[in-house]
Ligand binder design. Structure first.
Ligand SMILES: Cc1cc2nc3c(=O)[nH]c(=O)nc-3n(C[C@H](O)[C@H](O)[C@H](O)COP(=O)(O)OP(=O)(O)OC[C@H]3O[C@@H](n4cnc5c(N)ncnc54)[C@H](O)[C@@H]3O)c2cc1C
Length: 402
């Protein structure tokens, strides 16, 4: 079985490792001429960390990524609404990691090259379209060349060419109306150095967490942050580019935020490069697979980054694809993979539109009137746990105990 994967992102590279582990030949075809460690922070949920640990990457992850202790939801006045533990001690099978996307991508890339061979990933191969018959699939590239494989996996991200051919006329991306500005900045250690903080409400929100274990061991932090402002109504948009540089006027909207353990305006002002990205997704689709071709990761189920699940779900896709193909080589294996993953990921896309676990922010924002309020007088512990537990079930990272 010779499998082509379009896209050397987190999903494509993880799928390559899983497929090779199950004895398949794999080639990863990447559009850009030179891969660079782009992006800022992402999170790996325990379910995804388990898979990467299974691929022998536990030690490398522990060297580079922060083992997140918990997610704290706070009001704009700094009240703690809820502390949602995410660590092994809280009963999860593996840690939640906060990590630099580019560093993780390069760990996966180097591991693919080590295990599958130096030419397992081919840069400069932008997939344009495919043609298939009973025996295989021919892939046509932007550089004029073509190649033939048994199967094609479209792991080519948000603007997937493979998805566009499977679902022509799907149209533009769905924009939630929220713009996100992101950055990572060297800072002192905030709190215990292992906590993700999400503060504010659906319209004005600030998220921050440390992403480098190497820096933490030196007594400092590489602090990732995302500032979100809802300033538009939901509508369709054409372009969304992870690398677009942003301007800094948005910082003004956060001057009223008062956190007990950090100066968020200063963190943003001291950041060198700030990128700007709209909160976009797509409606879940009825099918991912046509014959010998299927979709994976953002190409299959682009979702709002609420609940920090994009990379994790792409990793889970890769594991599931390899396991089903090992049992059922060929198109029927692709259908079995889709049957396992499409309904589960569609549910997450829709849960994220309803704010996922961050619903507690809006519940608190609707009831809190100022810094003197006591959160425990406004929201019960049971109400808070119900929101957290419901999202854990949807996103598939249930606790083993407790
Ligand atoms: C440059 C970049 C920066 C990002 N930064 C962040 C971030 O800071 N925070 C965050 O939460 N998420 C970020 N993301 C998105 C995040 O990586 C994904 O949501 C998640 O990891 C799922 O990964 P994926 O493999 O499905 O898609 P991606 O990680 O987007 O990978 C898709 C890959 O496919 C390649 N590709 C695209 N079109 C083609 C084609 N036609 N043929 C071949 N290859 C193609 C792309 O170059 C890319 O390498 C970023 C994505 C990119 C591409």
């Amino acid at each position: 079985m010779y499998v082509a994967i379009a896209g050397a992102g987190i999903g494509g590279l993880t799928a390559a490792l899983c497929l090779a582990e199950r004895g398949m030949r794999v080639r990863v075809l990447e559009a850009v001429d030179e891969l660079r460690p782009l992006g800022v922070g992402i999170n790996l949920m325990p379910s995804a960390s388990t898979i990467l640990h299974g691929l022998g990457l536990a030690e490398a992850l522990d060297e580079m990524a922060i083992r997140t202790r918990c997610v704290e939801y706070r009001t704009r006045y700094g009240h703690l609404i809820q502390s949602d533990p995410r660590n092994v001690e809280a009963g999860f099978a593996a840690p939640q990691y906060s990590v630099h996307r580019g560093e993780l991508q390069f760990l996966l890339l180097e591991t693919v090259r080590e295990r599958l061979g130096a030419d397992a990933v081919l840069p400069g191969k932008a997939v344009l379209r495919f043609e298939q018959d009973e025996e295989g699939v021919r892939i046509f590239f932007a550089d004029g060349s073509s190649g033939r494989h048994d199967l094609l996996i479209g792991a080519d991200g948000l603007h997937s060419a493979v998805r566009a051919q499977i679902h022509p006329g799907e149209g533009p991306l769905h924009y939630e109306g929220t713009m996100m500005w992101r950055g990572a900045v060297s800072s002192g250690v905030i709190g215990d150095g292992r906590t993700m903080v999400i503060a504010g409400d659906h319209d004005v929100k600030f998220v921050t967490y440390p992403i480098s274990e190497r820096v933490r061991r030196k007594g400092r932090a590489l602090t990732n942050w995302v500032a979100e402002l809802r300033r538009d109504r939901p509508r369709d948009i054409e372009d969304a580019d992870w690398t677009r540089e942003g301007t800094r006027e948005f910082i003004e909207s956060f001057r009223g935020f008062k956190m007990p353990d950090m100066d968020i305006v200063r963190l943003m002002e001291e950041t060198g490069t700030i990128t700007e990205f709209p909160m976009v997704d797509r409606d879940p689709i009825d099918f991912w697979t046509v014959g010998r071709v299927t979709l994976l990761g953002d190409a299959a189920h682009p979702m709002y980054p609420i609940g920090a699940n994009g990379a994790s779900q792409a990793i889970i896709d890769g594991r599931c694809l390899a396991d089903t193909l090992a049992d059922m080589p060929g198109p029927e294996g692709l259908l079995a993979y889709e049957a396992a993953r499409r309904p589960a990921t569609a549910e997450i896309v829709l849960a994220n539109r309803r704010s996922g676990p961050e619903r507690v922010l809006d519940i608190a924002a609707a009831r809190v009137t100022g810094p003197e309020d006591r959160i425990e007088d406004l929201i019960s512990a049971e109400e808070l746990e119900e929101v957290a537990a419901s999202y854990r079930n949807t996103a598939g990272f249930r606790k083993q105990t407790g």
